[in-house]
Design a protein around this ligand. Structure first.
Ligand SMILES: *[C@@H]1O[C@H](CO)[C@@H](O)[C@H](O)[C@H]1NC(C)=O
Ligand SMILES: *[C@@H]1O[C@H](CO)[C@@H](O)[C@H](O)[C@H]1NC(C)=O
Ligand SMILES: *[C@@H]1O[C@H](CO)[C@@H](O)[C@H](O)[C@H]1NC(C)=O
Ligand SMILES: *[C@@H]1O[C@H](CO)[C@@H](O)[C@H](O)[C@H]1NC(C)=O
Ligand SMILES: *[C@@H]1O[C@H](CO)[C@@H](O)[C@H](O)[C@H]1NC(C)=O
Ligand SMILES: *[C@@H]1O[C@H](CO)[C@@H](O)[C@H](O)[C@H]1NC(C)=O
Ligand SMILES: *[C@@H]1O[C@H](CO)[C@@H](O)[C@H](O)[C@H]1NC(C)=O
Length: 831
């Protein structure tokens, strides 16, 4: 009986070896000594002995086989190193993988330590191409043990981070002690299943950073992250859409979670995302019931209290800038809360508070029912009505303290915080006071003026007596906006993220639109620089009158656009709808637009290759966001270098996005009879047929990219050259492998030709005539950030030579292709 089984088993082994080209398995009776390796079938990973950094100890580990820099992703004996090269790995008679040292054979250094019914079968260990070392029964193929269940500090694609409630197994990475010591460090990355599960970075048992809770999606960029939570399992995992991209997520010994991509050409790992970074990433930075604003540099302190709360200790908070004490209810007597006219106040675009104390009431419930549900239970302190994967609206409610709320424009959600009747009344009073009609004010002016005098005197004396009462910053902000709000109470109350400015405020800020303040003429109107009474500089855009929209429609559009927030988009601060023309108020960009650098002989040298590349990537990310990642899908339709503004640090910010929506309601249609765009940047299908799609923006992006590299305008070529456009010439030179000649000479010393040529290739792909040949923006971002191989571009659009333009007279070439006029056309009507 035993013999037969043994025979079967050995013959299977022989077969196995006959068919595998490189050694990726160990069987019973085989050993791996220090110096031997297992290499996975496609050569992705290797298993063997190594010494990290300057350490002389030996560890058994798995690393990338194809990556030049030794990058260890898993370590077996992390806390029990071997002194000298005496390590031996084998499968023992009980079917366990065992690591021993030559010198002390008896006590294993490390073991998989699982019980296998070895008498019944034989066991094989195999290193898979995913980087997983698996131990399995050869006959039943059932897995006994796998290294993916015992992460070290790296999460590879396909690995699960989280727990299995059935087996009680919890898989989480723990950082190394140092770069030289893979021993168990103090930071770990774990899922906490309490309430709505969330990922945390722990230091010991203390929270350091918190991710978004299930089921809110965290990111889908190059990798596809999924968060699974059912009665059996709670875990996170990710996959990479492009198999040629080598991507890993790791927890480094300083407690940072890093996403890294291998750049073959530079021979190094490039970090593209890491946390915690900003002060607000630190868990509970502003204490209980506080809210943190990562853009705190605008103000002085990043912490605030949620509405209805005030700092527990105003001295610590306001003077020592220490928010750890958190915030408490303004009125502690609970009589004013719950069932006594209390209500909710919206706090928009935040990373929702810690959900350990939260409950998903339902994953499909209307906002109204969600509010009622929270209102009914006196311990419910806040609720959020949240879109889940764009399909259902879930109702999430919090009980007790609200921890770790952070303003998070780009990826934030709205929460509604319970406030008492007094708070509600205070706010209503402020608004009502402001609402008094102008004629009534006029009648009251005389009495008010005299009353003022008395009041001022009274207040002065009162203030002198009483210690200066420190007011909650939240309230201050509300008061600030009141000064600028006209009768838009409802709109503003529910949209605190945007201010409605008075015409008089705007006039004062821009010096009555004095020509000296004019910044430029954009596609949809003139832009002026302004300075608000609080000293903040802004840019005011007067939209030309003919937007063809009513006030309400306009307001809705502006509210939608204001929700789009990304580091590569110019931030919309507010609008003004008094007066003849609607106006939009944006943050002010001191460095003006990209074209003022690129096409200026002296200023162009400020932008070296690194900066230009960062600008290209920034623009691509901004476009990707408006195309895909934001809640609205927006096609810009007028991307050009003069619409790319630069902040103090030369980060690019796209302006004028969403204006096509305001000027044209039928954004959902793919065809328009009104062309918005600028010659030189418009795609052929848009110029000729008025058809637009996200691929029209890709085309414009390609032109911008090539302009950044060449320092030449696409449409300024007609005089000096045989080619009507810059892309015509660059395509010609590309085919002759001379594209390098077109690169801006002020750039050539600061760049690597390979990198620049790769960018030119991406640019040419973007300006292909055939829409299908142009990549999507997400593919462009991937191409820019990785080393994946690129397709060869075909002949781009608009590359014909002059003679061919002249022969195609129907196109009226003088107007179409010889124009160097930079202005956006808003009035071309195609039939
Ligand atoms: C392993 O070696 C032992 C003794 O050397 C032998 O009895 C056994 O059959 C071998 N097992 C396999 C699977 O080759
Ligand atoms: C390692 O081995 C060397 C020589 O065998 C010995 O001198 C040294 O003390 C050992 N180190 C440790 C930490 O055991
Ligand atoms: C192996 O596991 C058992 C429990 O399953 C445990 O008691 C024992 O300490 C473990 N041995 C090693 C070497 O980890
Ligand atoms: C981990 O924490 C302990 C206790 O605070 C400390 O002694 C130790 O040095 C820390 N280890 C590392 C690698 O930072
Ligand atoms: C992401 O992964 C999940 C689960 O692995 C899968 O269902 C989904 O289709 C993937 N999405 C994309 C865009 O690849
Ligand atoms: C949980 O596990 C049980 C038993 O293995 C299985 O029947 C059930 O379908 C699983 N549930 C989910 C949601 O996967
Ligand atoms: C309010 O909700 C909490 C948490 O879900 C629950 O423990 C408590 O019983 C509820 N109270 C009432 C009155 O429903």
């Amino acid at each position: 009986m035993d013999f037969r089984k043994l025979f079967l088993c050995s013959s299977l082994l022989v077969l196995h070896f006959a068919f595998s080209s490189s050694k990726d398995t160990i069987t019973m009776n085989q050993t791996i000594h220090d110096g031997d390796f297992l290499i996975s079938r496609e050569n992705n990973f290797a298993l063997g002995f190594f010494s990290p950094g300057s350490s002389s100890f030996r560890y058994l580990g798995i690393w990338y086989h194809k990556v030049g820099e030794q990058t260890v992703v898993w370590v077996a004996n992390r806390d029990n190193p071997i002194n000298g090269s005496s390590g031996v790995l084998s499968i023992d008679q009980y079917g366990n993988l065992v690591l021993r040292s030559y010198h002390s054979q008896k006590v294993p250094v490390w073991s998989t330590n699982v019980s296998v019914e070895v008498a019944d079968t034989c066991v094989i260990a195999q290193l898979l191409d995913t980087g997983n070392l698996v131990l399995f029964h050869d006959r039943s193929k059932s897995t006994v043990w796998e290294s993916f269940d015992h992460p070290t500090d790296t999460i590879l694609p396909g690995m699960k981070l989280g727990l299995n409630q059935r087996t009680g197994m919890n898989r989480f990475p723990i950082c190394w002690k140092s770069a030289d010591d893979p021993g168990t460090g103090n930071f770990s990355l774990r899922i906490n299943p309490k309430g709505s599960p969330q990922v945390f970075i722990y230091w010991g048992i203390k929270y350091i950073w918190r991710g978004f809770p299930w089921p809110l999606k965290s990111y889908t960029d190059i990798s596809n992250v999924s968060f699974v939570n059912n009665q059996n399992e709670t875990y996170m995992t990710y996959s990479v859409s492009d198999a040629s991209v080598i991507l890993r997520v790791m927890l480094d010994y300083s407690g940072l979670v890093k996403n890294l991509i291998w750049h073959e050409k530079d021979g190094k790992w490039n970090e593209f995302w890491s946390v915690p970074k900003s002060p607000c990433d630190a868990y509970g930075r502003c204490g209980t019931n506080g809210i943190c604003d990562p853009h705190f540099f605008i103000r002085r302190f990043e912490c605030d209290c949620l509405p209805g709360y005030e700092p527990k200790s105003s001295r610590e908070w306001n003077i020592l800038k220490d928010a750890s004490g958190g915030c408490v209810r303004k009125r502690l007597e609970s009589t004013s809360l719950c069932g006594h006219g209390d209500g909710f106040m919206k706090v928009a675009n935040v990373k929702v508070p810690d959900t350990s104390a939260a409950v998903w009431v339902s994953t499909n419930m209307s906002p109204r029912d969600c509010e009622k549900n929270c209102m009914r239970n006196c311990s419910c302190s806040a609720y959020a009505s949240i879109d889940i994967a764009g399909k259902e609206t879930g109702c999430l409610t919090w009980y007790g303290k609200l921890m770790d709320t952070v303003h998070n424009g780009e990826e934030g959600y709205d929460i509604y915080v319970r406030v008492d009747a007094v708070e509600l009344a205070e706010i209503a009073e402020k608004w009502n006071g402001f609402l008094k009609r102008k004629d009534m004010l006029a009648i009251l002016v005389v009495s008010v003026v005299s009353a003022w005098f008395v009041i001022i005197l009274f207040t002065y004396l009162w203030l002198k007596k009483k210690k200066k009462r420190v007011r909650n910053r939240w309230n201050k902000r509300w008061l600030d906006t009141i000064g600028t709000v006209e009768n838009q109470v409802e709109g503003s109350m529910s949209h605190p993220e945007i201010a409605f400015f008075n015409l008089s405020t705007i006039l004062a800020a821009t010096n009555s639109f004095s020509p000296a303040n004019k910044l430029g003429q954009g596609g949809f109107g003139v832009v002026y620089k302004g300075k608000l009474s609080n000293g903040k500089e802004v840019a005011v855009k007067r939209l030309s009158k003919d937007s063809g929209q009513g006030i309400d429609e306009f307001k809705n559009e502006v509210l939608l656009i204001a929700k789009l927030q990304h580091q590569n988009l110019v931030k919309l601060l507010g609008c003004c709808i008094q007066g003849e023309e609607p106006m939009l108020v944006y943050e002010y960009m001191p460095n003006k637009s990209l074209d003022s650098f690129l096409f200026n002989e002296t200023r162009r040298s400020i932008l070296d290759w690194r900066k230009r590349f960062d600008i290209i990537v920034g623009i691509a990310r901004g476009i990707l966001y408006i195309h895909q990642d934001s809640r609205l899908k927006i096609i810009h339709r007028d991307l050009k270098t003069s619409n790319i503004l630069l902040d103090e640090e030369m980060n690019p910010k796209i302006s004028d996005f969403g204006l096509a929506r305001i000027f044209k309601g039928d954004q959902t249609h793919e065809k328009t009879n009104r062309i918005v765009g600028t010659f030189g940047y418009m795609s052929p299908e848009y110029v000729v047929f008025g058809k637009f799609s996200t691929k029209s923006d890709v085309f414009s992006f390609g032109i911008i990219l090539l302009e950044i590299i060449t320092g030449k305008r696409n449409n300024s070529f007609y005089q000096e050259d045989f080619y009507p456009s810059m892309i015509g010439k660059i395509w010609h030179l590309w085919r002759e492998e001379r594209a390098w000649e077109m690169v801006d000479s002020s750039l050539k010393h600061s760049c690597s030709p390979d990198e620049v040529l790769r960018c030119i290739q991406i640019g040419l792909l973007c300006v292909q005539e055939d829409i299908m040949e142009r990549p999507t923006m997400s593919a462009v971002v991937l191409m820019l950030n990785s080393e994946i191989s690129l397709p060869s571009p075909k002949q781009p659009a608009f590359t014909f030579r002059k003679s061919s333009i002249i022969s195609s007279s129907s196109l009226e070439p003088k107007e179409r292709f010889c124009s160097v006029d930079e202005e956006t056309i808003t009035e071309v009507v195609c039939r």
